[in-house]
Design a protein around this ligand. Structure first.
Ligand code: FAD
Length: 310
């Protein structure tokens, strides 16, 4: 199919983009990478009267690390995160492990992290990572700027707290300290499918005790989920020796957290090749696995640091 007829504008500043979006008499859509929007327009599931192309707005490009946060501008492509060194510390590891699961290289070279927040697909890797880490969504509209916590931003499949006349200018993520480990693991039918379930986890340990843990669930509900009940199982418990291999015993706290995430945090919607019970099972397995991998990642990070000091 071909898209319905639409007008097209290419603003050069955020103010011009917001002015174009502010014309609420017309159904306007921002285009960033176009990797979701163009498909939806071709299928005529979205029929904007005006497409606002933000690709010529320099102030939306680039990422910066300041004040303990990584600020990702609205034009930063998925591919920018493919190297674990693109972002310092464990956050770089987490983003690099997550990004390779997003579609394939041509899509990653055009699609944007912020565009994923605009689209709000429940199977988006970025959105679940953002919810787990308490990311902040920066919005600019006719009434000025505002920030929304990622946990309050996602309202359901393709539904967010963004007003139609607002532009997302950036997403901010907390940079993680070296005493944190990270892991992201995805389960899907074929390489090019969206995730059936994926999990992104960070684990921080102080004096042998788990002081912080973040678990983000992808495609495990109608929106990205932070698995708070599972996190509560672990916070304040002793880490103890780590088992060898990729699996933990059923009695291990990581396995218990996996079961809690599956039973209390996830609310999966059935799909043609994955019913809700199957998805819950995968949540349980992947939560335990990412916790173990995050703990191993932290241990490896500390070993490197101690080696550097010798
Ligand atoms: C074959 C295929 C496989 C894919 N697989 C995955 C996958 O596994 N995981 C995944 O997460 N995604 C996947 N995607 C989607 C892809 O990652 C998109 O790049 C992403 O969803 C949106 O980014 P974009 O920059 O292309 O946004 P666009 O397509 O340009 O926009 C998407 C929506 O967000 C809005 N929007 C974009 N930027 C802004 C902004 N700054 N302010 C306000 N609104 C904005 C647009 O108006 C539109 O409604 C896949 C896409 C395809 C075609």
């Amino acid at each position: 199919m071909k898209p319905a007829a639409f007008d097209y504008t290419v603003p050069r500043t955020v103010a011009e983009a917001v002015e174009a979006l502010g014309d609420t008499e017309r159904r306007a859509q921002v285009i960033a990478g176009g990797q979701s929007l163009i498909l939806e327009m071709h299928l005529q599931r979205i029929r904007p009267e005006l497409v606002v192309d933000i690709n010529r707005i320099p102030e939306l490009d680039g990422m910066s690390a300041e004040g303990g946060e990584l600020r990702v501008g609205a034009l930063v492509r998925h591919a920018a995160f493919e190297s674990p060194d693109a972002v310092p510390g464990p956050l770089g590891t987490l983003l690099a492990q997550a990004v390779v699961n997003i579609a394939h290289p041509p899509i990653r070279s055009r699609g944007t992290m912020v565009g994923s927040y605009g689209w709000a697909h429940p199977a988006s890797e970025w959105c679940a990572v953002g919810v787990a880490l308490d990311a902040t969504v920066e919005l600019t509209g006719p009434d000025g700027d505002r920030s929304v916590a990622a946990g309050d931003y996602f309202l359901g499949p393709f539904r967010t707290a963004r007003l139609p006349q607002e532009l997302i200018t950036a997403v901010r993520l907390p940079l993680l300290g070296e005493d944190t480990g990270a892991s992201f693991v995805e389960h899907r039918r074929t390489h090019f499918c969206f995730a059936q379930v994926a999990v992104g986890t960070t684990l921080t340990v102080d004096d042998g005790v788990i002081s912080d843990v973040r678990i983000g669930l992808v495609n495990s509900a109608d929106r990205p989920v932070r698995a708070r009940a599972a996190e509560d199982v672990l916070r304040g418990t002793e880490l103890g020796p780590l088992p060898a291999g990729h699996r933990v015993h059923d009695d291990h706290p990581f396995a218990r957290a996996g079961r809690v995430a599956a039973g209390q945090d996830a609310a999966p919607l059935p799909e043609p090749f994955a019913d809700a019970d199957y998805k819950r099972h995968i949540v349980s397995v992947l939560v335990a696995r990412t916790l173990l991998e995050a703990a191993n990642d932290r241990r490896a990070r500390l070993a490197v640091r101690e080696g550097d000091h010798r």
